[in-house]
Design a protein around this ligand. Sequence first.
Ligand code: TYD
Ligand code: MG
Length: 452
Amino acid sequence: MGKIKTKYVCQECGYISLKWMGKCPECNSWQSFVEEFVEKKRSSSEVVKAVSQKPVKLKNIELQIEDRFKTDNIELDRVLGGGIVKGSLVLVGGDPGIGKSTLLIQVASNIGNKGLKVLYVSGEESLKQIKMRADRLSIDNENLYIVSENNLQYISKYIEEINPNLLIIDSIQTVYNPDITSAPGSVSQVREGTATLMKLSKKLGIATFIVGHVTKTGSIAGPKVLEHMVDTVLYFEGEKHNIYRVLRAVKNRFGSTNEIGIFEMTNNGLEQVINPSHLFLAHRPKEASGSVVIAGIEGTRPVLIEIQALISPTSFGNPRRMATGIDYNRVVMLMAVLEKKIGLQLQGQDGYVNVVGGIQLSEPAVDLAIVCAIASSFRNKIIDHQTIIFGEVGLTGEVRAVNYPEKRITEAVKMGFKTCVIPKGNTNGLPAFKDIEIVGVDNVYEALDIVL
Ligand code: TYD
Ligand code: MG
């Protein structure tokens, strides 16, 4: 077999070199060369032959319902859009240690229990380590094949031999093709590995999960370089020291994005959190200032989450502002609105705002709750613990309508809340709710008047 040729291509300008270079002589960018295979030139008649499909009329295209199978993990199935699609490639990204391997071995076990074949390729752990984890999780399965391998050529061979229904590659950064001289984890290897696996999985109709570590330094390529190649991208988020994990779809060719799945890391692996509101409100202080509950929407699902604020006099220098779980700039802006429109003297005060449970909230509907929490802490007045608040706040202090008011209120009723402070713009067209009083407000002033 002749030696396979590779070339180095600058990712900024496309300059080609036969050797790796630190700096591109064409566009002067640094560290931009990535190794690629040199494709054998094909004559134009070969190219024309290879393209066998003719354009067809849109109305003549027949739709096939995607062939899906459920993972029996409700949270994961929801994020995937109703189960795994055959022949699809799913990238599962996340920080090291967040629980990717744990989740996937649990899924592998579920699929195996249905009588479907699963091949789990680990490039990170030995067979013994995987066995130990499986024992801990009480996984024992006839249909689960495990191999500890990094070489892409061997992996491809095993896949063809076993022809599983589900393939798991843990992780793509450990897989390498010996024909490429770049180190495992480099952009070239990670891309080449994914491309090979994609061809195989489409050819054989195998559903494939690929694990990609999110990396802090640039020395190994993160999942970002693969996002455009795969069908679905899921990110596993959460703080290491917190037991909650959120699985989020950021791209999904077979379902909606922004859907989330919530898990709890326990001694028995990852457990699904079916009722997140219950969980997030479990340890809530009832008689404390600075605490308020928001009805947020994550994906299509309402979640009730506590927001806490602490305002205390600055001891020296500039006042500090801190935000955990929400956008820092948003908090700074809302504090400015409170100063200017309500006249709260926050200039000499440190302000800390925290979303309880390690969850990230990004929708503007949290604004009104943040404003109320800050005012509550500043005035040291308690907001009734059976009150729920949502609404967007504008720069003039006006409260703007948000989406899905009905879903949010329904969740609040379900969790036993008694009062709901919402934007006046959202009160039109709402159905009648029992057991909850709904108060529409036009601006921040009105809202604070009601809750404090
Ligand atoms: P892991 O799945 O190995 O993370 P990743 O593959 O994303 O790197 O999970 C690692 C962490 O999870 C580790 O710190 C131990 C913890 N863990 C539990 O708390 N309970 C369990 O049942 C398991 C298997 C792991
Ligand atoms: Mg792992």
